[in-house]
Design a binder for this molecule. Structure first.
Ligand code: UGA
Length: 433
């Protein structure tokens, strides 16, 4: 059993803290926001993540999980300290390291005995070495410490499952003993361990996200080619994916990737390469294709409406960047809706989790939590997020509500032939009508 502090109660920090408590460790989660800490202590989880509330509540009740703003006490009471603070992107594309630096400087001042500092946030290559330097500069008297890079690969919406069933565990450190202790800590979760130097561990995280983003942009370009030559991208993806060197995952064509990770991490990796005097051409194209894919989709919607969106009532189903989350960060739906509004459309939206949050971001858009109500009198229904409940839509009911039976599906959720049978004009991405 280890005494663990987790600095930062954002997505990664909260999930990490709860999961370590669940396997029996004593965890203190620290955040500088007193209101957030107060609400967490009362059992209010600020993010939408299936199962996380229950995990937090049972571990708080068992006395293994607590929340505080008191970083000094948390550090002094712990032997392993996870840093999971935010690393947003600056306007110039570089990673903003303010929060990491702030946490490390405070940490340095509170060192009472040997600690292992584990970096969980996604940070540029060289951060482990910088942490070591900030620690050495910030300590009032020299207390030994080790730094370990242990990037996080969890996905929003399946974060707890991903933590308990990792494909791999990456541990990068120059200190073999500290690396082993972090490895033992994670042994309960399983997953193949990849031991590396700090720089390689830091790059594995960016490389993985960049590669997954590349798979998405690749299949989206294939979809665009399919449209021109009359092929079906879902069949192409299936045929490709059965080659186990390629694999079937992340070959779902659509409106491109969004969220708080891929857009940010691809731009950061491009900048990291640029700073190292290297032009990462493929990655530049991946990012450009992703932006263009949203624009192409807006063109597709406009074309389906006969070339003019002015004054047209459009319903957008799905706002979150993917299902099972209320996260709207860099969600394709937001860009698509804004572009449709610029073209004069009147937009009503539906999302089961993100509707109320979205209202503030989308002036002039009615954001509802009922897909049928949102579709009343629509001249087109646009699908932007593949929420599971949309698969159970009663299309007869839908047809009776809309003004025109037209669906433009940005996530290829349905079979075109079935939609035609149900009486809809159905347009999707990279597949013949
Ligand atoms: C992603 C990675 O999958 C995680 O491994 C990583 O830990 C995380 O970023 C992070 O860096 O923290 P996440 O952002 O939660 O996780 O979302 P994904 O499930 O990867 O989806 C990202 C986007 O790609 C979504 O907008 C999704 O709709 C889109 N996507 C995904 C496609 O358009 N096509 C696909 O085939 C797959």
């Amino acid at each position: 059993m280890e005494r663990i502090a987790v600095i930062g109660t954002g997505y990664v920090g909260l999930v990490t803290g709860c999961c370590y408590a669940e396997i029996g460790h004593e965890v203190i989660c620290v955040d500088i926001d007193p209101d957030k800490v107060r609400r967490l202590s009362l059992g209010e989880i600020p993010i939408y993540e299936p199962g996380l509330g229950e995990l937090a509540a049972s571990n708080q009740a068992a006395g293994r999980l607590s929340f505080t703003t008191d970083l000094a006490r948390a550090v002094q009471d712990s032997s392993i300290i996870f840093i999971a603070v935010g690393t947003p992107t600056l306007e110039n594309g570089e990673v903003d390291m303010q929060q990491v630096r702030g946490a490390v400087e405070t940490l340095a001042r509170q060192m009472n005995d040997y600690k292992i500092i584990v970096m969980k946030s996604t940070v540029p290559v060289g951060t482990s070495r910088r942490i070591r330097q900030w620690m050495e500069e910030g300590q009032q008297r020299p207390v030994p410490f080790s730094v370990v890079s242990n990037p996080e690969f969890l996905r929003e919406g399946t974060a707890i499952h991903d933590t308990f069933h990792p494909d791999r565990v990456v541990i990068g450190s120059d200190d073999a003993d500290a690396a082993l202790r972090v490895e033992r800590l994670q042994a309960a979760f399983g997953g193949e361990v990849v031991r590396t130097d700090p720089e390689s561990a830091e790059l594995i995280k960016y490389a993985s996200n960049a590669f997954l983003a590349a798979k998405i942009s690749f299949i989206n370009e294939m979809a665009n080619v399919c449209e021109k030559v009359g092929a079906d991208v879902s069949l192409v993806a299936r045929g490709m994916g059965l080659d186990n060197r390629i694999g079937p995952k992340f070959l779902q064509a659509g409106i491109g990737y969004g969220g708080s990770c891929f857009p940010k991490d691809t731009r950061a990796q491009l900048k990291i390469a640029q700073n190292a005097d290297y032009d990462f051409r493929i990655l530049r194209a991946v990012i450009e294709v992703n932006t263009l894919q949203r624009e192409r989709f807006v063109e597709k919607v406009t074309a389906a409406l006969g070339g003019n969106a002015t004054g047209r009532s459009i319903t957008v189903w799905g706002l979150a960047f993917k299902p099972n989350t209320d996260d709207l960060r860099d969600a394709p739906a937001l860009d698509i809706i804004r572009a449709l509004q610029e073209r004069g459309a009147v937009v009503t939206a539906y999302d089961p989790a993100a509707a109320s949050k979205a209202s503030a971001l989308l002036p002039g858009v009615r954001c509802l939590t009922d897909p049928y109500e949102a579709a009343e009198n629509a001249e087109a229904v646009v699908i932007a997020t593949d929420w599971e409940d949309l698969r159970r839509i009663d299309f007869d009911r839908l047809r009776s509500l809309v003004r025109k039976p037209l669906i433009i599906d940005g996530r290829n959720m349905f079979a075109p032939a079935e939609m035609a049978e149900k009486g809809f004009t159905y347009v999707s991405v990279g597949r013949p009508a």
